[in-house]
Design a binder for this molecule. Sequence first.
Ligand code: PMP
Length: 360
Amino acid sequence: MLKAREAVLSTPSYHPPLSGRVGLRLDFNENTDSCSPRVLRRLQRLGSQDLAKYPEREPVEEITAAFLKVKRNEVLLTNGVDEAIHLLCQTYLDRGDEAIIVVPTYSMYAIYTKAAGGEVIRVRAAEDFSFPLTAVMKAVTSRTRLIALANPNNPTGSVVSNDEMLALAHAAPQAALLVDEAYFEFYGTTILERRREAANVFVARTFSKAYGMAGLRLGVLIGDEEQMRVLRGVSSPYNVNALALACLPEALADQSYVAEYVAEVLEGRQRLEHALKERGVQFWPSRGNFVLMRAGHSKTDAALFSEQMRDEGILVRDRSADEGCEGCVRITIGRREHVTRLLQTLALDQLAGTQGAWRR
Ligand code: PMP
């Protein structure tokens, strides 16, 4: 009988609650509004010939490299950051090799590691979710071949300094260090300019968040030219579709759209954090377009809270299953009116002082 590889069979599947997302979507950290109108206009101008032809990635990579101020050969456009993570795991992990992740974090690092036959080494973040550099350093072995860090981290919103990441890259030269900057635009700090200090550092960016193009599936991976040549070799030449490639130059050219959206999100994040602080609801200060907050102390509390919000037409994400997040939910920050609606719906009085149980 046909049987999948053992590594694949033993990989826990990831089923984010994607179906039936009706309402205000504050559950997946997407842009809550739209992409730039320039992107939409470009899409509307596409013709049947554009679809009939295989997509050509290189010219758009050149534009992206110029935008990022890196060399053309240091850049690979990907089908979202998810594909970049997948490619890194396929490229660097042999059976039994170790990938270090700092939990709680984005789920796909562990899934692609396991599916590649690697072993996931989970290092717990500190109590306040700050980066546990000493513990991560201690976890490095001769079999460490990947260290994946989200900066800012999802779902906690915490960040790691460039110095800490570079110290780690130097301590583990046998490992690829992925700095996943999916939320870069909301944070504003990057390791990109210092990446060349260590040849094993990779930076990933996405167009799914600030740029509002999650449905087009577009990400970019930046790394050492020599390493990128190898990664490009295992990627499909047609991994990014023609619609996404047509839109990317427009998206990059419309930085005022991104800046304006980001400014609104930062203001909204402040409004939410201020409201939570005022009522004494525990939350973790975030550098992303989302905030992790406590809805109670048990899985049931977080589930009930999320359910009640859904009944009110707002989708939030129950993160109770993540390490150290029991009773917590993650809420995406979006446009001003979306934050206003969130604040009107959040029963802060009910949350205030509970920090124990969320009850209807
Ligand atoms: N990295 C992180 C840290 C994320 O939170 C997400 C989205 N939830 C992704 C990557 C996925 O990005 P993309 O849509 O580009 O695959």
